[in-house]
Ligand binder design. Structure first.
Ligand SMILES: [Zn+2]
Length: 232
């Protein structure tokens, strides 16, 4: 149990940066871009698997690029075969919690149980034990550090977020392509939280534009682990 004074808690609760800042490591180890600036990027997709996920896999396969999918445990239990097809296609799988809650103010035990449940759901469906986790809404809290240590999870934020849950396709792709940089991590969504039938069409259409444009610009696509910890 981390002992924290009420005053410190109040300061942290008011500190949006500590909780949501992409480079904040206040609540646990977290990465948001590659340290070496190779001309490489990692595409990441949160909130899947969803009924739309196979079409994302088709676009990635067409261009032969890998991505990283931060899957939600509830969605994995709904679509275990889709979850598995993501892993079978060679993409990296990360843990995006079981319930997709905003974990601010939640207890350490609840946080640990939720991410552990997602590890189990993802492992059962895909045979993969994730080593990466992304906090829903990018919100970290007390309990994340211990949960991550116990489950062996490195936190991953992003360099560019597509705002794809609210923007039309052209705006998503324009936003991503104008902000991308060497070593960047791009955050998009192949689902929408725990929605059973999300409309991921704007994201899919944006991905159809983004991937060939980045290939044309000379980017090498890597999984998050390849991007963060290159082996050569
Ligand atoms: Zn999410």
């Amino acid at each position: 149990m981390v002992k924290t004074s009420a005053a410190a808690l109040a300061v942290l609760a008011g500190s949006a940066w500590a909780v949501r800042g992409r480079s904040s490591v206040v609540f646990g180890p977290s990465e948001w871009r590659a340290k070496s600036k190779r001309r490489a990027i990692a595409l990441t997709f949160d909130d899947g698997p969803s009924p739309s996920t196979p079409r994302f896999l088709d676009v990635l396969a067409e261009h032969r690029v890998p991505a990283t999918f931060f899957q939600v445990g509830i969605n994995v239990q709904r679509h275990p075969e889709v979850a598995r097809s993501v892993a079978d296609a060679g993409h990296e799988i990360g843990n995006h919690s079981f319930s997709h809650l905003n974990f601010a103010l939640k207890s350490a035990s609840l946080i640990r149980a939720d991410f552990a449940q997602a590890q189990t759901a993802i492992g059962d469906a895909t045979g993969v034990t994730p080593t990466l986790m992304r906090a829903p809404f990018g919100v970290r809290w007390f309990g994340f550090r211990g949960m991550q240590a116990q489950l062996g999870l490195t936190g991953v934020m992003w360099t560019v977020i597509g705002l794809d849950w609210k923007l039309p396709a052209a705006a998503i792709s324009d936003r991503v392509l104008s902000r991308v940089s060497d070593g960047g991590i791009i955050c998009l969504h192949d689902g929408r939280g725990t929605a059973a039938k999300p409309d991921a069409e704007p994201t899919l259409e944006a991905v159809r534009r983004i991937v060939p444009a980045l290939i044309e610009a000379g980017y090498h696509f890597e999984t998050v682990s390849q991007l963060l910890w290159p082996t050569n």
